[in-house]
Design a protein around this ligand. Sequence first.
Ligand code: NAP
Length: 485
Amino acid sequence: MKNLNADLLRQSSYINGQWHANPGQEFEITNPANGAVICEVADAGAEDAKLAVDAAAAALPAWRAKTAKQRSSVLRRWYELIMQNQEDLAVLLTTEQGKPLVEARGEIAYGANYVEWFAEEAKRIYGDTIPGASSNSRIIVIKQGVGIVSAITPWNFPNAMLARKAAPALAAGCTFIVKAAAETPLSALALAELAEQAGIPAGVFNVVVGKSSSDIGKVLTQDPRIAKFSFTGSTQVGRLLLKQCASTVKKTSMELGGNAPFIVFDDADLDAAVQGAIASKFRNAGQTCVCTNRIYAQSGIYTEFANKLNDALQTLSIGNGQDDGVSIGPMINEEAVKSVQALIDDAVQQGAQVRESKQAMPDGACYMRPMVVTGVDSAMKLAQEEIFGPVAPMIEFTSEEQVIELANDTEVGLASYVYTRDIGRVWRVAEALEYGMVGINEGIISNEMAPFGGVKQSGNGREGSKYGLEDYLEIKYLCMGGIDK
Ligand code: NAP
């Protein structure tokens, strides 16, 4: 790893303002670019998770009693420290996760933007006054933080997925416990170090890292002291965790998997659509929840679009994310490569064709050649399942009605994309798509000012924007009587 501020390389859980070593119980964190061991991290379990809940419970009264401006100032300081350490955090992120350094820098800024945004929104938690039901009463609505919040985050955005949960929770006056993915705990622990430097009090922000995700997850979804659980990860695990939350009727936010359609009509600006497809499909080697999963191209431009997309792919260089000029890094692990390859093999067996590609490939078991696959049918697994790899399946369609039906024919509904220059069609298609987000002539849609989230089995709740704060607030109705003389 390039030289970095040693304070940021933390190797144990952060609970109640303390680093929790667990001698003799460590696990290795490896670099997917070359398999090298980066370091060992103390393996926390259910008991440590319970300690974190104790700490969050003890810290709650004082944290929620602070003024909004006090909480805002601490969050602002955290934001500034994250940005001051952007380069080191990016190096750490690339080393444990694999994405190119340029993308890692982007993720650090993207995550920090949520902290800055919610530092500002903390001061705008407004209530309402409502005309009373009688002259003797008044109706007042106040909003209060829900209480203790627990969260579980994935490996694909180990910094930003955490930041966009912790920041609104802390802004709302909640205390927070997160279990980071075991593949990529270092980014979460570095954020804890900076939280401490920013003056976030002990117990307000806790990070638990360990291999036994199921045991830790049970504590975080079932402890009755926890008011809300926020998850980002696969739909399959999300379903299980939702069930666990039901035992104590927790509020939940579920940011789950997607199967994003990318629709290109005959009248689209094809070059812009190619750029949008490259950005939305191949970022993070295709391992994002909003990644284009299936490209629908209309018959008139199908072949031209496939050719242009394949040409554009040849300009991407594949390699270790730490190296200059690399735009596609390794996938997270060998199993991920194998499962994506199985989807391609299945499609090819059924008649799909992999477009020829000539990029130089580095050594290493986690690298996968980015590719365009044509002749794909909507019924193939390659179009039905979330690929999570650098593969762009292309499906031909003829009419607007047909493509809307195909695009909606899935259990999930996170991101979708449409390219056309017909303004009427923009509205018709955007309104008909059963998705939480629609990129219109745009392949990159997520930022802190917009509500991010899905419908159907992509989950519930929104992250970012004013709606993102609502997810961490309870509405309380005060009925004021005794007004008449
Ligand atoms: P995953 O397997 O569901 O894991 C996500 C997190 O859940 C990890 O921290 C994992 O811990 C933990 N986990 C797994 N099984 C668990 C259990 N039984 N109990 C408690 N925790 C458990 O998903 P992933 O492969 O890391 O991430 C990719 C998925 O996340 C994709 O489906 C992607 O679409 C989705 N995602 C969604 C969004 C969104 O905003 N909608 C954003 C990013 C990613 P360990 O890894 O330590 O086992």
